[in-house]
Design a protein around this ligand. Sequence first.
Ligand SMILES: [Cu+2]
Length: 121
Amino acid sequence: MFLTSILLSLLLSPQEGWAETVEVEIIKSVFIPTVIKVKKGDTIRWVNTEELLHTVTSGKAPQSDGKFNAAYVKKEFEVTLDNAGFFDYYCELHPAIMRGVVIVDQASPGGNEKPTSGGSR
Ligand SMILES: [Cu+2]
């Protein structure tokens, strides 16, 4: 009885795709949207729509903080952030004009908050 209902709820709940991919486009040397909000574990994908090369470098321009860095994005770059927080990033080639922010939400998608396994790294 009990097991059946667990199985049923597993089957019925939309577990598939609870981590999403959020896209940021680089258009005319601007990150669009400039500020995005994602959930922990989501993937952020930057898509460079133009010929110009750009970087996606974490930190407050012009100071990278080493969390992520894609040098010379010709087409796409993906990153998954597992920590909640506020992540500034910019383009090292155009730091004065190309800046963006990723806000990673504490909650996991779909309310499937899993107990964190012990041990910190
Ligand atoms: Cu750039």
